[in-house]
Design a protein around this ligand. Structure first.
Ligand code: AMP
Length: 314
């Protein structure tokens, strides 16, 4: 049986509602304009705790001037309807002044992991994410917080920040939810024209190509190269980066310069036989819309001779 979640806006309302929720709590943080990817986080949260708390907040500190903070879709009523269908218990939809009541003079620098890939293009982004996530976790005090693999670097940054700041919360990662055509669900997909949406399919296609050549034994640089070739063949897509990282630690293996991995990002995925799990990541603009996507790839211990023939694969 589903029920309408309790809707709160101020900190006092949130605190009051939380006092009526004994037992374990799971936190799902969103910026709203909810789609099935967000709802999957809530469904998994239901399995992990007695109460599910969802936040809906377009966080100004993670947007740089010129990004889409003002244009970002805000659809609270529809979000509440969607959350009712998946059994969220409590929604906190604060205004910026409820989250940042005084001028913000404190910042969190998550370190080297926040300066590559997304962090290189959006230099202030992860400091804003780290700040809002730390504050909300401190206000809600959940047992577990769920984040999507769609934002894989965000997950690695938050694991690092929570570990190194001793913020006592378990982080649970949820796999990416995709549309039938393979496009990863994103609130920003609604910016795409029909043509652009069709072109956006090339992102997941390029990642699948990377997965295929990895399975055939390709080495990291070749995997990235083959992924890029699919995007170039499609045309009209402006690639920001394509990179391969260790799926556990986020150590960069190919596509861009490596950086030291901070404590907490995750456990290394290297198995006794030398194989490891990688994650192939892409960020690209389709029209004016910047999209990100990624997939897990199995990396073989030693490149086999077939890597040089990776281009022969369908
Ligand atoms: P956002 O509202 O974009 O900040 O996303 C809120 C949370 O939902 C983040 O943890 C995202 O990683 C997650 N999320 C967004 N899209 C998807 C998706 N397609 N599949 C899984 N998780 C997602």
């Amino acid at each position: 049986m589903t029920h309408r979640p309790i809707l709160t806006h101020t900190r006092a309302q949130l605190a009051e509602a939380l006092t009526k929720m004994p037992g374990t709590k799971a936190l799902v943080m969103t910026m709203g304009a909810l789609h099935n990817g967000h709802l999957q986080l809530v469904r998994e949260a239901r399995e992990l705790a007695d109460h599910v708390i969802v936040t809906i907040f377009v966080n100004p500190t993670q947007f740089a001037p010129g990004e889409d903070f003002d244009a970002y879709p805000r659809t609270l009523e529809a979000d509440m309807d969607a959350l009712e269908t998946v059994g969220a218990d409590l929604v906190w939809a604060p205004a910026p002044q409820d989250v940042y009541p005084t001028p913000v003079t404190v910042s969190i620098d998550p370190g080297p992991i926040a300066r590559v890939l997304e962090g290189k293009t959006r230099p202030t982004h992860f400091a804003g994410v780290a700040l809002v996530c730390s504050k909300v976790v401190n206000l809600v005090r959940p047992d577990v917080a769920l984040y999507g693999q769609k934002d894989a670097q965000q997950l690695a940054v938050l694991r690092t920040v929570f570990t190194q700041l001793d913020i006592p919360v378990r982080v649970h990662a949820v796999p990416i939810v995709r549309a039938e055509d393979g496009v990863a669900l994103s609130s920003r997909n609604q910016y795409l024209s029909d043509d652009e949406r069709a072109r956006a399919r090339a992102l997941s296609r390029s990642l699948r190509r990377g997965v295929e050549v990895a399975e055939a034994g390709a080495e990291p640089a070749v995997i990235v190269e083959q992924c890029r070739a699919v995007i170039e063949a499609e045309g009209g897509i402006d690639v920001d980066y394509i990179a391969l990282v260790d799926a556990g630690t986020f150590e960069i293996l190919a596509g861009t310069e490596s950086v030291p991995v901070g404590e907490g990002a995750g456990a290394p995925t290297v198995a006794a036989d030398g194989t490891r799990q990688g994650r192939l990541l892409i960020a690209a603009k389709v029209g004016t819309t910047r999209l990100i996507d990624n997939m897990e790839v199995a990396l073989h211990a030693a490149p086999c001779s077939c890597s040089t023939h990776a281009g022969d694969l369908a």
